[in-house]
Write a protein that binds this ligand. Structure first.
Ligand SMILES: *[C@@H]1O[C@H](CO)[C@@H](O)[C@H](O)[C@H]1NC(C)=O
Ligand SMILES: *[C@@H]1O[C@H](CO)[C@@H](O)[C@H](O)[C@H]1NC(C)=O
Length: 213
């Protein structure tokens, strides 16, 4: 015969196992920017100070400014712009790609799903064995870009393209290959060696992205 004490113990044990196997012991943790970010995200704001507006982000309905070298505007709903995403493992972006514009080749440490609203665009990624998977996408198409792989999008239509992207982190960690390579003081001769590009091309790209040396 089980005593009530043992039953209670078993129940507590089950409850404890459930909690410890879950990814979090709180339902939400709206980022408090008064403290530094750590590997698990930001510390939580006092729940007593939250309102529904902490859980709403407005701004993805507005086209971004595409007057730039890539004719691209990205509007970010990530932890730093939408603190309620902190710790929840997801984020969303609006992409406006002008006529002839691109999302230049880039990567991030989590996977991405794109939903095309106005296309067509050509989207693709390059796998670890250098196979390229790319395709022309139209309104309503979605495509996956697996975590950490290089990928890109190109507006191949006669109108501005619009897409929304979701990523499975509140802090996806974007790295855009060309500006990352040429927007710093890594010496031209080193870049020539590590890319096999010629010096004139390296200098040209450094000028474009604000690099020196
Ligand atoms: C948050 O709420 C607590 C108690 O409800 C209050 O004492 C504190 O001043 C509030 N903090 C902010 C930043 O509003
Ligand atoms: C868009 O960005 C360009 C370049 O930064 C700027 O000159 C222009 O005024 C901006 N347009 C709007 C509508 O903000």
């Amino acid at each position: 015969m089980e005593s009530p004490k043992i039953t209670l113990f078993l129940l507590s044990f089950l409850l404890f196992s459930t909690l410890s196997s879950a990814t979090s012991v709180v339902d939400f943790c709206v980022a408090d920017f008064d403290y530094p970010v750590g590997p698990a995200g930001y510390p939580c704001k006092n729940p007593a100070n939250l309102t529904v507006d902490d859980f709403v982000f407005s701004g993805l309905g507005v086209p971004g400014n595409t007057s730039n070298i890539f004719k691209l505007a990205t509007t970010f709903a990530i932890d730093t712009t939408f603190p309620a995403l902190n710790g929840l493992g997801l984020s969303m972006l609006r992409l406006d790609i002008g006529v002839g514009g691109v999302v230049p080749i880039h990567s991030h440490r989590v996977s991405e799903l794109i939903l095309v609203i106005d296309g067509p665009i050509i989207a693709g990624f390059i796998s670890e064995d250098d196979t390229v998977y790319y395709k022309k996408l139209y309104k309503g198409d979605i495509m996956i870009f697996p975590q950490s792989l290089l990928h890109f999008q190109v507006n191949v239509g006669d109108e501005p393209a619009l897409a929304f992207v979701s990523l499975n982190s509140a802090s996806p960690g974007f790295q855009t290959t060309t500006p990352s390579l040429f927007g710093n003081d890594l010496p031209t001769n080193v870049i020539e060696k590590i890319t096999l590009l010629d010096g004139a091309q390296v200098k040209k790209l450094k000028e474009l992205f604000g690099g020196t040396n």
